[in-house]
Write a protein that binds this ligand. Sequence first.
Ligand SMILES: Cc1cc2nc3c(=O)[nH]c(=O)nc-3n(C[C@H](O)[C@H](O)[C@H](O)COP(=O)(O)OP(=O)(O)OC[C@H]3O[C@@H](n4cnc5c(N)ncnc54)[C@H](O)[C@@H]3O)c2cc1C
Length: 395
Amino acid sequence: MDFNYSAEQEAYRAQVRMWLEANQPPPLTPAERERLNEDVLWERNKRWHKKLYAAGWVGLNWPREYGGRGATFIEQVIFQQELGRLGLPMGINVLGIIMTGPALMQWGTEAQKKRYLQPIIAADEIWCEGMSEPSAGSDLAAMQTRADLQGDYFAVNGQKVWTTHAHRSDFCQLFVRTDPDVPKHKGLSCLLVDMHSPGVTVRPLKQISGDAEFNEIFFEDVKVPKENLLGPLNAGWQVLVATLMHERFGISETIGGTEVILAQLAELAKIVPLNGAATAAEDDDIRQQIAQFAIEAAAKKYNGLRALTKRLKGQQPGAESSIGKLVSTELSQRMTKFSMRLLGAYATLEGRSLFAPEGDWMRRILSSESLTIAGGSSAVQKNMIGERILQLPKG
Ligand SMILES: Cc1cc2nc3c(=O)[nH]c(=O)nc-3n(C[C@H](O)[C@H](O)[C@H](O)COP(=O)(O)OP(=O)(O)OC[C@H]3O[C@@H](n4cnc5c(N)ncnc54)[C@H](O)[C@@H]3O)c2cc1C
């Protein structure tokens, strides 16, 4: 594996960096900071998304015919790295872009690709992912939501849960049971569902951080046209596995933020007093802990390059995405929580705190658990690594 980027790629990186630095969103206004919540962040991210899209930075490596820029995959990755370096968000409609879009390109009919892909990257239509149910989370194949083919439409009945941004969504990539009489992995299908259809009810779920980013969705006799089937009938499990691999790859790619958190902790250690010393950085244990985080972040980066090499060879993401997802999310969580050792009681303050004027550590600590569960919990990722990469027997 060659760890160096070509001169052409470095020139491209410089171009991306210059644009991002000149156009990045302004800092939060005092009013926004005062009422910092999910709505405020969504509106900011939406403005940012439109700016990125207008400049051609969204869906970089998607084909031009579907609204993308037709850039190479490595150019997409470099862009992602530069976003991460500045701690900037991708914009909105992230699930549509990292999951539904790639699934449509892999499984969609030409008509479906033409209809849905461009509005996804423009964020003119927001998408959510309807997989988990109250009794089917880690074991997704146990899902019960039914879709019965009745002439030229499916009648959908059932419930989904933890559906991120369902309350903002226009469409749902919905996984349903279309044949209850075969082994559970074999009777699933994937539907593209208009969230404004009669019979769809969305109820927000409030999180520990106070936000309500995800929801329950109830489907009561929702009519979904037959042509909205994505992939073959009863082949939904294959579509689901491919969609999840894109999500895991996307999560580990979009958490370029580990380097940002690492730099913030190192800066924080230089300004907060600890145990009678003028700064926490004078404490051996603190220095060693931050160095340990730096080592793990570097290991994560090089493992990510292994997954990247596979993508560059034109292969779809595989079980190695589980390593990236597991390590990125667990490391981010441990680093975020470490801020409590540096800040002590100040870490519990919401919003701005004395030592973290740009911080908001409490909110980040509370939400740092979420990505270790979303997209398959850490325990489930370890099972996949054990079985598919280490070839260990099933537990
Ligand atoms: C922030 C966030 C966003 C999400 N967004 C979406 C979304 O948009 N769409 C969607 O469909 N879902 C979404 N989810 C749901 C997510 O995919 C599930 O929460 C996750 O798959 C775990 O399922 P569960 O909550 O039902 O827990 P369970 O499957 O009930 O697991 C409970 C515990 O048991 C452990 N466990 C379960 N099975 C095993 C096993 N075989 N071996 C070892 N341990 C095991 C788990 O690790 C966990 O600790 C989201 C979740 C979060 C946190």
